[in-house]
Unconditional design. Structure first.
Length: 221
């Protein structure tokens, strides 16, 4: 797998609480130069990125991030604002408390509601695998599928652990045919990215891809 193919799967990410506009500009310029799938940025920067870079860049942002326990009405408002500001992709965090309480119907309903708001744009559902049992992960695969979301995503990167190949395999065995997979959290090497893509991930969420690949090119000379 060559570097261009890898970067085409990457959501080039900067979600630190203290991210400055200079950080976001650097991210966007790297994404444009390297043709990453998108930039994944804080909601407060979506309008400015859209106004600065326009159609040069595909904007992804987060909703209910990173803990997921905000109420559905708040997530709806966040989603509508992000779309209005120029986002094309929404990565939402589920209400993990609902999962732990066994209220999968509420989780599925919330995902379906946000997908209705998003419409033809892309909705990725972060289930934060580090907090779930395998049984809960399987039930979330079914809920994400039934709700009509476009992607299931492993992690926020802010939890106790990130993506694992075993979770991706579990997803693959339990999601519907129309649901794609995104690995995020702890993806910090070219080998990691290749492994997740080969396992079936359409997207990789990482802040490291461009630096790693540019470093790899440097090391070849």
């Amino acid at each position: 797998m060559n570097e261009k193919e890898i970067l085409g799967h990457v959501d080039h990410t900067q979600l630190k609480a203290f991210a400055t506009w200079e950080d976001i500009q650097k991210l966007c310029e790297e994404a444009i130069e390297c043709h990453t799938a998108s930039v994944c940025i804080p909601p407060c920067y979506v309008r400015r990125v859209h106004d600065t870079y326009g159609k040069k860049i595909n904007i992804c942002t987060v909703v209910g991030f990173p803990l997921g326990y905000s109420v559905t009405e708040a997530k709806i408002a966040e989603t509508k604002k992000a779309l209005h500001d120029g986002a094309s992709e929404i990565d939402m965090v589920i209400n993990i408390s609902d999962v732990k309480n066994g209220n999968y119907q509420a989780v599925q309903a919330e995902i379906a509601t946000l997908k209705e708001v998003v419409g033809t744009k892309i909705l990725k559902v972060i289930i934060e695998t580090c907090y779930l049992t395998d049984e809960e992960k399987i039930l979330m695969c079914k809920a994400v599928t039934a709700a009509g979301a476009d992607f299931i995503k492993t992690s926020t990167g802010f939890g106790t652990n990130g993506a694992t190949l075993s979770d991706i395999q579990l997803f693959k065995e339990n999601i519907g045919e129309n649901v794609k997979m995104k690995a995020a959290g702890g993806v910090r090497s070219i080998a990691d990215m290749e492994a997740f893509i080969k396992a079936g991930c359409v997207r990789i969420g990482t802040s490291s891809a461009v630096e790693l690949i540019n470093g790899n090119k440097t090391n070849q000379y």
